[in-house]
Design a binder for this molecule. Sequence first.
Ligand SMILES: Cc1cc2nc3c(=O)[nH]c(=O)nc-3n(C[C@H](O)[C@H](O)[C@H](O)COP(=O)(O)OP(=O)(O)OC[C@H]3O[C@@H](n4cnc5c(N)ncnc54)[C@H](O)[C@@H]3O)c2cc1C
Ligand code: SF4
Length: 331
Amino acid sequence: MRPITYSRATDAASAVATVSADPTSDFLAGGTTEVDLLRQNVLTPRRLVDINDLPLTGIEALPDGGLRIGALARMSEVAASPFVRERFPVISQALELGASAQLRHMASMGGNLLQRVRCSYFRDAESPCNKREPGTGCSAIEGFSRGHAVLGTSEHCIATHPSDVAVAFMALDARVHTQSPGGERVYPIDDFYLLPGDSPHREHPLEHGELITAIEVPAMPVARHSLYLKVRDRESYEFALASVAAALSIVDGTIADVRLALGGVATKPWRAMHAEDFLIGASAQRDNFAHAARVELAVARPTPMNAFKIELAQRTLVRALETLTGNGSPA
Ligand SMILES: Cc1cc2nc3c(=O)[nH]c(=O)nc-3n(C[C@H](O)[C@H](O)[C@H](O)COP(=O)(O)OP(=O)(O)OC[C@H]3O[C@@H](n4cnc5c(N)ncnc54)[C@H](O)[C@@H]3O)c2cc1C
Ligand code: SF4
């Protein structure tokens, strides 16, 4: 038994001050990641600072049509928001396809962005794992890697980033707002997630004690016509083997705007820039969708166990675009 000091923060500044002053402390939001990993001895904080009383629960339509989501808004509340459903359906769908109803009621948006990887070696405190214990090696590369990443991997870590809604945020150029000991900061979502490289234990640029306060999504007309398609081993309560967040606008048969991001196949939510570049100005046809998908996955580096994900991701991307053009079914 390890003793843990528990306290409830009443304002953001004191929460940040308390956690940043103690390297053995963590924030506690819904606890659906933190408490799981604490029970498995993967995380070993000596102090938990509960942030659930902080006034960070808003889901606001911004005057210019953008969206601001407080870090403590629950996944289920954001998914159900009429504004989100109408203007940013991809966000709402990504949330509803994640976890279970009970978990979505508990889990916060800030906690979702910082959830930890599902690699079984990371979650087994006895296995070598560079992410949990730098320098010990990666058990997955020569081990069981069916669910692992094919994009953005390194020789030190191939774990897949698990969040669904972060994939939607990646497609929509969201920005993460924080309060650090030195003041407020804003991170474009692509900079918020780091590739594993030779330091897989560093997953984001936040310093210890830096609190996520909100996520902002800019106004974006194309986002009204968006979807999240998730492929997994079973229909609910399961992480993605491959997923696509897509938004598409077509004028006279030609793609005028497109936003694409992949989940379940990469070490961070993966903006499919190569596919987007190919598609802009192209005609909205299956052949072009398939070519764009091949271009994006051309740099994939699979293990013998997860090579199937390359074709799966390509097919998922094509299906998402076909569905948005009215030529495919979402299932
Ligand atoms: C069985 C199961 C299935 C799941 N399936 C899915 C799925 O399909 N898709 C999906 O996307 N997710 C899934 N999840 C993950 C779930 O969405 C996350 O566990 C949840 O969103 C985390 O939010 P929380 O509020 O519970 O965070 P916590 O567990 O409280 O915190 C998570 C981490 O973030 C830190 N933290 C929390 N809030 C802040 C903040 N505001 N600022 C700074 N740090 C903070 C904590 O210190 C901790 O390190 C699943 C989880 C479980 C247990
Ligand atoms: S893939 Fe990453 S998280 Fe999994 S064992 Fe290797 S280093 Fe650890």
